[in-house]
Design a protein around this ligand. Structure first.
Ligand code: ASP
Length: 417
C-alpha cells in the first residue's frame, strides 16, 4: 500500500482537485491512502475565525462567509447536474455556525481543536466526493476516530498502540482500494478532535504508513523535491536527490519547512521511504528520504523567520547552574515552548523560539522575579548544514548578529530581520 499526502497548496482550487485525480489515475491499480490538508490557506482562515470568536463577532462572521464562499465556489466548479458536492459540505457549515453562535470556553487550545479541523473535513469531503463521481470509488475515513491522542490540545501526542489498532481495523473494514482521510487531526478518548501541530498532515501520513506497514509515502508539493534552500531566497537552490533519514531529520529539526519534524521517526523505524514529488510534474523523480548512505553534502540553508530571542540574567548574580536551568526547562516544557536554539554563559541563558505572544507573556511573568529579562521580537534564525566559509558569507551580509553558534556540521545565527 502507498500513502500520498496532498498539502493545502495542491488543493487550493478546483483545478488542484482535478490534478489530484490525475495523479491518482497514474496509480489506479494500487492500494492507495490519500491524506489531505485543508484547502489553500484555510487553516489560517480558521485561526482567524477562532481569534475573532473571542474578540469581534462581526469580523468572525466576515471570515466565516469567506470560508463558506471559497469552498462553495470550488465545490460548484467540481459538481455537475447529477452529482452535487455543495450539499455534502453544507452540514459542516451548519455545525460550525452553531458552535460559533455560542460563547467560546476559556480554553483557547480546546476551542482551536474544535474549530480548525473543519478545514480538513471540508477539503476531504470535496475531494472524496469528486473522486467518487469521476470513476475513483473511495472510502472517506475520519482521522479523528483512528488517530488517538491525549488531551494535549494543539499538539496531540499519539497513543501508538490504540492508533495502530484503530487504523488496521478501519482499513480492513472497507474493501475500497482507495481511502481518503484528513491530515493534521486526531481525536481523544472523549471524542474531541485534536490537532497535531501546524503542518501536521505529513505526520498523519507517516502514522498511517507506520500502522499499515506501507510500501512508501509520497508528499506531493509545489516544488520539484527537497531543495537545499528556499528558491524564493536563493534562486540557485538545487534539488537533493537522495537523503539519509538522519540528515532529513536534522534538516527538519532546524526548520526546513518541507517536512513536518515528527514525520520521519515512524518512517525511519520501519524503513519506509519518503518521496517528495512535484504535483505539477508527477512523472519527475523528485527526492527520496530513505536508508541511503551519506553523500558529499552541499550546504543546506534554513531560514526561520518570526522568532523571539529571549534571555534571562539572574538578578542576584548567581551562576546559571543546573538547578536554575532545570527550573527554566520545566517552565518551557509545561508551556510547550520548543527551543530552536539555546546558549548560556555564567550569568545568562538565551533561547530562540517561534513567535508566540502568549508564551512570551508567560515567560516574562514567571521569570521576572528572579531574573532580569531581555528579548528581541521578530528576529530570524538562520541555519546552514554542511557550511562553508562562502556559504556563511552568503547569508550574513550586513545583518546584525545577536547569537552565533558553530559545530562540525552546523552553523547557526540569530539575526535581525
Ligand atoms: N492544514 C494544516 C496546516 O495548514 C495542516 C497541514 O497542512 O499540514 O497547518
Amino acid at each position: 500500500m502507498k500513502v500520498f499526502k496532498f498539502g493545502g497548496a495542491s488543493v487550493k482550487d478546483a483545478q488542484g482537485v482535478i490534478n489530484v485525480k490525475n495523479i491518482i489515475s497514474l496509480y489506479k491499480n494500487e492500494e492507495l491512502t490519500v491524506v489531505i490538508s485543508a484547502m489553500g490557506k484555510t487553516t489560517n482562515l480558521m485561526e482567524e475565525i477562532l481569534k475573532f470568536w473571542y474578540s469581534d463577532k462581526t469580523k468572525m462572521m466576515e471570515k466565516f462567509n469567506i470560508l463558506e464562499s471559497y469552498h462553495y465556489q470550488i465545490a460548484s466548479e467540481l459538481e455537475d447536474d447529477q452529482h452535487s458536492i455543495t450539499t455534502s459540505i453544507e452540514p459542516f457549515f451548519q455545525r460550525l455556525k452553531k458552535i460559533i453562535a455560542e460563547e467560546p470556553s476559556e480554553s483557547f487550545d480546546y476551542e482551536y481543536d474544535k474549530i480548525v479541523p473543519f478545514g480538513e473535513y471540508l477539503s476531504t469531503t470535496i475531494v472524496s466526493q469528486y473522486l467518487n463521481f469521476n470513476g475513483f470509488p473511495n472510502k472517506l475515513l475520519d482521522a479523528a476516530k483512528m488517530i488517538r491522542t491525549n488531551n494535549c490540545f494543539r499538539e496531540g501526542q499519539v497513543d501508538w498502540e490504540i492508533t495502530q489498532e484503530n487504523i488496521k481495523r478501519s482499513f480492513q473494514k472497507y474493501p475500497e482500494k482507495l481511502k481518503i482521510t484528513q491530515g493534521f487531526i486526531g481525536g481523544t478518548l472523549e471524542k474531541s478532535t485534536v490537532t497535531l501541530g501546524r503542518e501536521g498532515s505529513d505526520y498523519s501520513a507517516a502514522i498511517i504508513a507506520f500502522s499499515l506497514d506501507a510500501q512508501d509515502v509520497t508528499i506531493w508539493k509545489d516544488v520539484a523535491g527537497l531543495l537545499n534552500a528556499d528558491p524564493k531566497i536563493f534562486p540557485d537552490a538545487v534539488k537533493l536527490d537522495e537523503i539519509p533519514y538522519e540528515e532529513a531529520i536534522e534538516l527538519s529539526y532546524y526548520g526546513a519547512t518541507i517536512i513536518h519534524p515528527k514525520t520521519l521517526k515512524p518512517l525511519q523505524n520501519k524503513q519506509i521511504p519518503l518521496y517528495v514529488k512535484s504535483f505539477e510534474n508527477p512523472l519527475e523523480e523528485g527526492s527520496v528520504i530513505a536508508n541511503v548512505s551519506p553523500i558529499a553534502y552541499t550546504p543546506s540553508y534554513i531560514f526561520k523567520r518570526n522568532q523571539i530571542l529571549f534571555s534571562v540574567y539572574p538578578k542576584d548574580f548567581s551562576f546559571i547552574d543546573v538547578d536554575s536551568l532545570s527550573d527554566i526547562f520545566l517552565l518551557l516544557s509545561e508551556n510547550h515552548i520548543k527551543i530552536n536554539l539555546m546558549q548560556n554563559s555564567a550569568l545568562s541563558f538565551s533561547i530562540c523560539f517561534d513567535h508566540d505572544s502568549r508564551k512570551l507573556d508567560i515567560l516574562i511573568r514567571e521569570l521576572s522575579e528572579k531574573y532580569k529579562i531581555k528579548y528581541n521580537e521578530q528576529v530570524e534564525l538562520i541555519t546552514i548544514r554542511h557550511y562553508t566559509d562562502e556559504a556563511i558569507e552568503k547569508v550574513i551580509g550586513s545583518r546584525k548578529i545577536f547569537v552565533e553558534q558553530k559545530n562540525r556540521t552546523t552553523f547557526q545565527i540569530v539575526v535581525s530581520c
